[in-house]
Design a protein. Sequence first.
Lengths: 325, 325
Amino acid sequence: MFETHPYSTLVSQYLQERSFPQAPAYLYDPIRYILSLSGKRIRPMLALMGARLFGKENLQEVLPASCAIEYFHNFSLIHDDIMDKAPLRRGKPTVHMQWNDNVAILSGDALLVKAYEELAYCPADKIPALLRVFNQVALEVCEGQQLDMDFENMEIVSEQAYLNMIKLKTSVLLGGALKMGAILSDASEEQQQLIYDFGVNLGIAFQLQDDFLDVYGDPSSFGKQVGGDILCDKKTILRIRTQQLAEGENKEEFQNLLFPNQLSDEEKIARMKKLYSTLAVDEYTNQLKEEYMQLAYNQLSAIGVPEANKAELFALADMLMNRVK
Amino acid sequence: MFETHPYSTLVSQYLQERSFPQAPAYLYDPIRYILSLSGKRIRPMLALMGARLFGKENLQEVLPASCAIEYFHNFSLIHDDIMDKAPLRRGKPTVHMQWNDNVAILSGDALLVKAYEELAYCPADKIPALLRVFNQVALEVCEGQQLDMDFENMEIVSEQAYLNMIKLKTSVLLGGALKMGAILSDASEEQQQLIYDFGVNLGIAFQLQDDFLDVYGDPSSFGKQVGGDILCDKKTILRIRTQQLAEGENKEEFQNLLFPNQLSDEEKIARMKKLYSTLAVDEYTNQLKEEYMQLAYNQLSAIGVPEANKAELFALADMLMNRVK
């Protein structure tokens, strides 16, 4: 759906028209590189959809804001990958692996500034409001990344703390993209808040689904190694819930599985899945995801614009939520 | 002068009134830390002086922009110190030494966003113009830092390339601070350009002086180890000029001094100074500094405002240029 969506084409064209200086090469080559690894461009599309929802005709006026969101997202990927020591991004070497940490730090910084440069191209009367939303979201994304790193060194993470972390790290940017579109379409503050909340709750639901699919996804369609989170002891919603519920022999089994052991990858995954099933954390995760999705849908429903205007956002949400293929 | 200057007091008060959240501590503690290492706050003072020059009465309206400049400067220090593996900053451990690289990367990012948050507090009608100047300067500072790192791996750096690098890395921020003040004071574009150029040329003169003082400064008043640049083979204007001029036995001596050798620190410094003297690069550096200073003074002189308005900027320039103690 994404690559052929008319908004995706608009975004891609706008991004391709942006040019970066040739020199200093170590500053701008990594930016060209990360942007060429083309993700699905969902975030910039959300900015366009947020504007269309409230009747914006001229989407050209929304493209700089939508590009700012995409640049910010890619900046955060470059820096997160350094911090997480990630070797690959979208199947290609990460910037810090392709070049080095210093290049990744500085080119990330420059890309963040370029995001603000795009904000400066927005209609002048909208810039102050857009800047406020963008800044708040950007700071929350930093907070989310810090919390995520903090959690790695904590023995117990509460469900609430986890939900707050994924909200900050990944969901507020979706809400922010929609809200910026709404601002550019002169939506009221109440409407801005509803579409922001829709985006945030959709984002949380999406992340919970990602945790679920990491364990139960179809290896042929899920982009990453199924069971990867279990193997690296990542504190997902499934693991957090398991730790919270397990008692007696289940608790013992949970601790055995975390303790450095001689288990094969297959056995560790199989035994953790059995534990998840025993404690019904798989069902719980799905239920929680449904709750956030329902919240999101209710918020979109509550927005006072013609239903036809909402169709493309409902369709996007359905697709992200794997309800349609 | 600085600490007791009324503008310095205004800036310090404003900075002290800003508060950062307590959590996540690893995100905000480093920001509180770097800001507490209080430099001389020259850059935010320049924003105030740029506004006063054009008659701005209400300096409260300039404080957010001046704070944005100071936050940006501190962001760049945090990230540069990671890249340069610097252990100390203003006599205290750098952020990445006090915590670690990841903390320094992310808290630097957050501080950059906080800088833009301050821009959003500026008078709404001025935000678009301020944002454009700030973005351009920010990007140029990144370019300057990249060029500086590139130079470390280059055998020969031209004088022109060096002057361009110091302009980008350190001087445009001084010009930008003044220009932002001018914008907030409704100066014309021509006036904005003149005060920007004044700041840039003053910055270049200051950096050339810094190169000079690193070799010839009074150890009791110069903050760093005298001769430090020679010992670490830093490509300063003195060294670049020497490499360019040296022929015959001077060239041989120059290469001997760079080649890893058994010389004591004192001997290496003494012999390099002798070479500088032979080739008169010390005089050349001073002359070049004077030229940039003269350019700067001419630009300030050309601005069509009452001479009394210029007095404090001339005084600051004189003081930075060591013309008064």
